[in-house]
Design a protein around this ligand. Structure first.
Ligand SMILES: Cc1cc2nc3c(=O)[nH]c(=O)nc-3n(C[C@H](O)[C@H](O)[C@H](O)COP(=O)(O)O)c2cc1C
Length: 348
């Protein structure tokens, strides 16, 4: 029998967090369905706003749509918990999105793509579980030290993203060429050492290449308390993405997975789509006008494409202009299934 997952005041039947996936993949429907089936549901906060409205009022438009999405998820899940939000530190409206999510009564916040050093300040005394995402013991130690010193607070759980994850990666290109040097088992040892230094004993979740009950059991055996699942959940009816894009994932093979430099400033693992082929060839197809400055780390004059537009293209099924962030376990996405089919495999 799989253990439950307890984080701060929250508990689920299964030790599974549905990964926040932008843009609009991890939406109200996917998050609420996950909660209804016994896991942690996460809304990705990035890129939700209407593109035209965002051009003139990015911050308020982003908050408005996120709050709507939270309400929608609460309705779909009959107000059941735990509903969380994924908020990337690299977002230019990071503080505003955190504050809006807390005001909307969110249960947990997952925060990576940078070190969430000021997160406790923006959350204040609200009963919200704080879950940083890290890819090294060193990064965790920096967070533990800063939170201890400034806020006398510890994380409520920790997500360790391994080198085989989908999306942005907290590793150097050299490490990614040798993923065995920073595998999830090695990372867990580092992370536990850092936690011990700060007397921190909270659940630690593994992320990267998890697509089955066997994978979850393997992670539990290693000493993790649960997992976060991204790529595999893209191939579900509930994921927020046009069917054409979901089928692109289903038809892709492991050899189609490559790593490129993202406008976020980190390496990003993606499928070799038409846009990625153009970027790899060094073609700068069009001079794009930055619709709204969504990332602090992006220089629109230098990057070869706009990641916000590319991810919206993925969401809408515009294959030629899309970017398909994917983990190494793409071969496990064999068909588009109802999310329930996966959760049923977790039952005893
Ligand atoms: C399409 C896609 C979008 C993602 N978007 C985000 C995001 O908005 N914020 C974030 O912190 N991580 C994001 N990630 C990373 C996931 O949260 C998760 O950690 C990762 O997908 C786990 O690895 P897996 O894909 O092998 O399961 C994304 C991943 C994918 C595949």
């Amino acid at each position: 029998m799989l253990p439950s997952l307890k984080i701060r005041h929250l508990e689920t039947v299964y030790p599974v967090i549905q990964a926040g996936m932008g843009v609009r993949v991890g939406n109200a429907m996917l998050a609420a369905s996950t909660i209804n089936l016994g896991g942690y549901g996460t809304i990705a906060s990035v890129g939700l706003g209407d593109i035209e409205k965002s051009k003139t009022d990015f911050v308020n438009e982003s908050n408005r749509v996120l709050i709507d999405e939270i309400k929608k998820a609460r309705e779909l899940a009959d107000n059941k918990k735990p509903l969380g939000v994924n908020i990337m530190v690299a977002l230019s409206n990071y503080e505003e999105i955190v504050r809006a999510s807390v005001a909307a009564g969110i249960d947990f916040i997952i925060s990576g793509a940078g070190l969430p050093l000021s997160l406790p300040e923006y959350v204040g005394n609200a009963e919200v579980a704080l879950i940083p995402v890290i890819s090294s013991g060193r990064a965790l130690e920096i967070i533990l030290r800063a939170w201890q010193r400034k806020y006398n607070r510890q994380p409520d759980a920790i997500i360790v993203e391994g080198p085989l994850c989908g999306g942005h990666l907290g590793f150097s290109h050299e490490q990614l060429e040798h993923p065995e040097t920073c595998s999830l088992d090695k990372l867990l040892i580092e992370v536990k050492e850092s936690m011990a230094k700060y007397n921190c004993s909270v659940p630690v979740l593994a992320a990267g290449e998890i697509s089955s009950r066997d994978d979850i059991e393997k992670m539990l055996k290693l000493g993790y308390d649960g997992v976060q699942i991204g790529t595999f959940f893209i191939g579900t009816d509930e994921a927020g993405m046009d069917r054409k894009s979901k089928e692109y994932f289903v038809n892709a093979k492991a050899e189609d997975v490559v790593i490129i430099k993202s406008p976020v400033g980190l390496p990003v693992r993606v499928l070799k789509s038409p846009l990625v082929r153009r970027v790899m060839k060094g073609e700068k197809r069009e001079k794009f006008v930055c619709p709204y400055r969504c990332l602090r780390t992006c220089n629109p004059k230098k990057v070869p494409f706009c990641i916000a537009k590319a991810l919206l293209a993925t969401w809408s099924g515009d294959i030629d202009n899309a970017i398909f962030m994917s983990g190494c376990n793409i071969d496990a996405v064999k068909e588009i299934i109802p999310l329930k089919k996966f959760f049923d495999t977790l039952k005893d």
